[in-house]
Design a binder for this molecule. Sequence first.
Ligand code: FSX
Ligand code: SF4
Ligand code: F3S
Length: 383
Amino acid sequence: MSVKEKKQILHRLEQLEKMPPLKSETSVVAMLEEKGISRRDFMKWAGSITAMLALSPAYSPLVAKAAELSDRLPIIWLNLAECTGCSESLTRTEFPSIDSLIFNYISLEYHETLMAASGWQAELSLHDAMKRYSGRYILMVEGGVPFGNEGRFLTIGPHAQTGKELAQQAIAKSAAVFAIGTCSSFGGVQAAYPNPTNTQPLSKVSNRSIINVPGCPPSERNIVGTLMYYLLFGNLPALDLFKRPTWAYGKRIHDLCERRGRFDAGEFVESFGDEGAKQGYCLYKVGCKGPYTFNNCSVSKFNSGVSWPIQAGHGCIGCSEPNFWDTMAPYEKPLADRSFHSVFGGLGADATADKIGLGILTATAIGIAAHATIMKIKDSKGE
Ligand code: FSX
Ligand code: SF4
Ligand code: F3S
């Protein structure tokens, strides 16, 4: 690690340490031990987050320290137009991972669907938290922002504030803003054609820099990793064209896929449930959009690292790309059979994906041809 970087982190951790803990009852290590997770496992976790953030292994103890100080920064989480899948991804695991447990440990000052309060009480606690921690809290927003009908397609709380107003107020007083999930990052399902509520991404409500953590839903790793990066550095990570952290969204699903060897060998599932599906062949011909999708799902996985879509036997549907509901459908058919205009022109995957996508298609054509040849040879042998 560079001397400058190390200095920056040490200074940041010092600053955090000076802040009063918002949850004074317990330390992160004690909390994890209570759940049967040893300090050794915690250090291993810190090592894996360090690697995931593409930092040198020497950062690992600093990542652990940042996690220990994660109760110094209050978090406000807003639920706008969405399905709550992002919160579910983070919290609804049968055997909570350290990621989910760290999320329990941080000071979540407001989260509509997780908190016990409702109605007036909930509304009051949101405004209290925004006032008390003004300029200091991290704002995480799940869901798109309906702009239609002056924002009234989404009103929240007894004063029926629109989601748009709430988001604007909460962003104005925050220290950092993360758009969690594809709805918040890009509009998501409610913004799909014909977008009757005129739902927009969170970035459309303010000029502030927003980090997008897309995925429908994103993995708990990508949510917690983004938070850890901010704790560690106090600023934004390197972002791609769509404001996604490159440590998580810098590579295509196709490049990290465990079935990639099958693709290269021209071994494709022809229909769900066939012999190829049983053998774990590539899902391209049944619609996998991994070649056009930037995400790290095969590494981060879901449900405490249990599985991810392609491991479970379905192709990627491109859920971390802008407008994927419109540009990637139909999900169980390859895009190659259609004209490519949905991906060209910036509507879908970014320009890099377009170019690589073309190369890939050629490779696929070769792959399919190779497969067909093999099948022919087999046929002629009477197998
Ligand atoms: Fe749902 Fe979050 Fe999709 Fe959206 O996810 S999983 S519709 S990204 O806002 O809850
Ligand atoms: Fe994996 Fe899909 Fe690429 Fe096949 S097309 S290798 S299943 S990402
Ligand atoms: Fe989404 Fe594709 Fe990952 S559908 S969850 S980006 S494998």
